[in-house]
Each structure stands twice: as structure tokens, then as C-alpha cells.
Design a protein around this ligand. Sequence first.
Ligand SMILES: Nc1ncnc2c1ncn2[C@@H]1O[C@H](COP(=O)(O)OP(=O)(O)OP(=O)(O)O)[C@@H](O)[C@H]1O
Ligand SMILES: [Mg+2]
Length: 240
Amino acid sequence: MSGALLKVEDIHVYYGSIHAIKGVSFEVNEGEIVTLIGANGAGKSTCLNAVSGLLRPREGNISFLGRSLTKTPPHRVVEMGLAQVPEGRRIFLHMTVRENLEMGAYTQHARGAAAMEDDIAMVYDLFPRLGERARQIAGTLSGGEQQMLAIGRALMSRPKLLMLDEPSMGLAPILVDEIFQIIADLHARGATILLVEQNARMALSVADRGYVMETGRISAWGTGKELLASPAVRKAYLGG
Ligand SMILES: Nc1ncnc2c1ncn2[C@@H]1O[C@H](COP(=O)(O)OP(=O)(O)OP(=O)(O)O)[C@@H](O)[C@H]1O
Ligand SMILES: [Mg+2]
């Protein structure tokens, strides 16, 4: 495919009269990890929700696989190959680990039961802890395990683009390392990922490219390396 997998062009998003996103543009190319970093309230989640169709930009355009998403309903966006792991995970707490993964495969039913088993095996390979806990009720998993399940469930839709909103939020440092290792593994397997993070250091370390958001705008962008080395970014987001 030529051109960007995801192209966001000069979008404006409002919550009622609040102008939350004020002309944001960014792109994600196939095989890349791209990160959006920025402080609380900068507009990162709003951007992801605009891409997945949960919010509609009032102006601007979003295209995926060369097709405009402006009028595409969220379920159709998932069928096209875009999966979002929202902030706060939102797994089905009263279902087992395995049932959660089965729910994630709902766009894939036409491929049959054997294909679903292969995909579940792929998720258990990536997250052995989930395989060990296949029958455990998801609400009893630890925070880190729930995050793994949320990512695993998103992978069950065989996404062409995986969007992760703050996967490290609320996790102990050792689990943060584990989640970022998994993100790096997914990248090595060819996944394309749009990663929203407040943990700027970790996010820029795994990302090919990044964009810094400040109050509804992009204030800086570059490769992960360039942003990690940028004095302004270091001062504002990396503790100097
Ligand atoms: N449902 C809503 N109604 C009104 N304002 C909202 C709503 N959701 C978000 N906002 C506002 O839009 C702005 C961007 O919020 P958003 O959640 O996108 O930020 P964020 O960068 O994801 O922050 P965080 O890192 O805290 O998750 C904030 O000022 C927020 O208060
Ligand atoms: Mg957010």
C-alpha cells in the first residue's frame, strides 16, 4: 500500500462548545509504532476516539486504508481493521479470560472456529499468563493481567491498526516494563500501533515516531529518538 495507513488531517473536535482539538494532523504508516504524548487533558484520548468514530470531528478528515472515515459508524471501523483498547481497559469483568477473547473475535466469525482457536493460541503465546488463566473470571485478574487481556481481546479482531490508550496507566514499574516489552514484540511481528501514553520516556523509546500534544494542538513531532533528545520535550515531559 502506498501512503499512510491512517491519515488525520486538520481535525477539530468539540464537546458542546468546548473546542478540545484545534486542528490536529498526524499519520501512521504500515508497520510503525507512533505515539501521541502530552499532559493530562491535552486531547490524546479525544484524538483516538475521533479515529475510532466514537466522536465526530466538526472539521477536517480522517482516512484509513485510503478511505474517509467521516461517516463510518464505529462497528464498521472495527470491521475495517481498526481496534482500540480504551483508557481503563473495559474488559467484560464477569466473563472468563477465554470468553473475553472470543468476544473480541466477533468480526472474524466468517473465518470459522479453527481460525479463532489459532488466534486464541497466538494471544496465549504472546501472553502466557492469560493461557494459564483461561478459565479465570476477568474481574479477578490483576491490573496488569487485565491490561494484557484488553490488548489480547483487541488482537482477536486481527487489526491492521491497534490503538492503545495509556496501557501502562496504574501499573507497577515491573508491569509497565512488561507491557512495553509486549508492545515491542508486537512491533517486531509487524503490527502497526498508535500508542497514547503519559509515560513519555517509555513510549518514545519504543516508538518509531511521536507527536507531542498540548491543549488540543500538536506542538512537536519527530522520531522517537529526536523527541527523546529534544531539550523542550525533556524539560516538559521527561523530568529534565
Ligand atoms: N465528555 C467530555 N465532555 C467535555 N469535555 C471533555 C470530555 N472529554 C474530554 N473533555 C475535555 O477535552 C480535553 C481533552 O481531553 P482528553 O481526554 O482527550 O485528554 P487526554 O490527553 O486523553 O488526557 P489524559 O492524559 O488525562 O487521559 C480536556 O480538557 C477534557 O476536559
Ligand atoms: Mg486520555
